[in-house]
Design a protein. Structure first.
Length: 213
């Protein structure tokens, strides 16, 4: 099966977007699907099928899976990976087209990096907002939703590129709206915590009595 431009564009966009959520899942699942013959990978992504690459990405995939389920740890993980996911998403999207199509590769890198940035920031703000709740179940639920979204979007890109591009358009728009709303929510919570910190603290000690001479 030869991949046409629309399919390549959908794959590049999906990989960029998904990298902002679960970079190592993208690397591992894409390489595994190519190695097992489930999909035909573009030449620029064949490296992901290498056993050593699969081993490394699989290890990091497992580490990220568990780290993303622990409140606060997931926020720290997201903060550190701000410097990894976005450039990696751009690089993966560019690799879909390869060096033979430099113009398309450059456009795909810009697209992939932008989608990775939007999904990463939306994920980070969402999880930070969820972490303000004391119970852990909403955190785990949001994490599992991300776990399912990545393979679903990648599979859709390989099999139904037009649908994948349409879905990505709506998801990206929703992500931008969520970023604005959740940023305002987090800023309001931060201000509230700061006001509480400056509030006078009650004390059990009684005020000293004045001695009347």
């Amino acid at each position: 099966m030869n991949l046409d431009t629309t399919q390549l564009l959908a794959i590049a966009a999906a990989m960029g977007w998904a990298s902002g959520l679960r970079l190592y899942a993208v690397l591992f699942l894409t390489g595994l699907a190519g190695m097992l013959g489930w999909v035909e990978l573009p030449r620029g992504l064949v490296l992901l099928q290498n056993p050593w690459m699969l081993g490394a990405s699989g290890f990091m995939f497992a580490a990220e899976f568990f780290a993303d389920k622990i409140p606060v740890v997931d926020t720290i993980w997201d903060a550190v990976h701000t410097f990894v996911r976005i450039p990696a998403g751009a690089a993966l999207a560019a690799s879909v087209f390869g060096a033979d199509q430099a113009t398309w590769a450059g456009a795909a890198a810009l697209l992939g990096g932008s989608l990775a940035a939007s999904s990463h920031v939306a994920k980070a703000t969402t999880r930070a907002a969820v972490n303000t709740s004391p119970e852990p179940f909403s955190n785990i639920g949001m994490s599992l939703l991300g776990d399912a979204a990545v393979p679903a979007m990648l599979g859709l890109a390989f099999t139904h590129p037009f649908i994948a591009l349409t879905v990505l358009g709506f998801v990206t728009l929703a992500s931008l709206i969520a970023i604005v709303v959740l940023f305002r929510f987090l800023r309001a919570r931060l201000r509230r915590w700061r006001r509480r910190g400056r509030a006078p603290q009650p004390t059990d000690a009684a005020p000293p009595s004045q001695v009347v001479g």
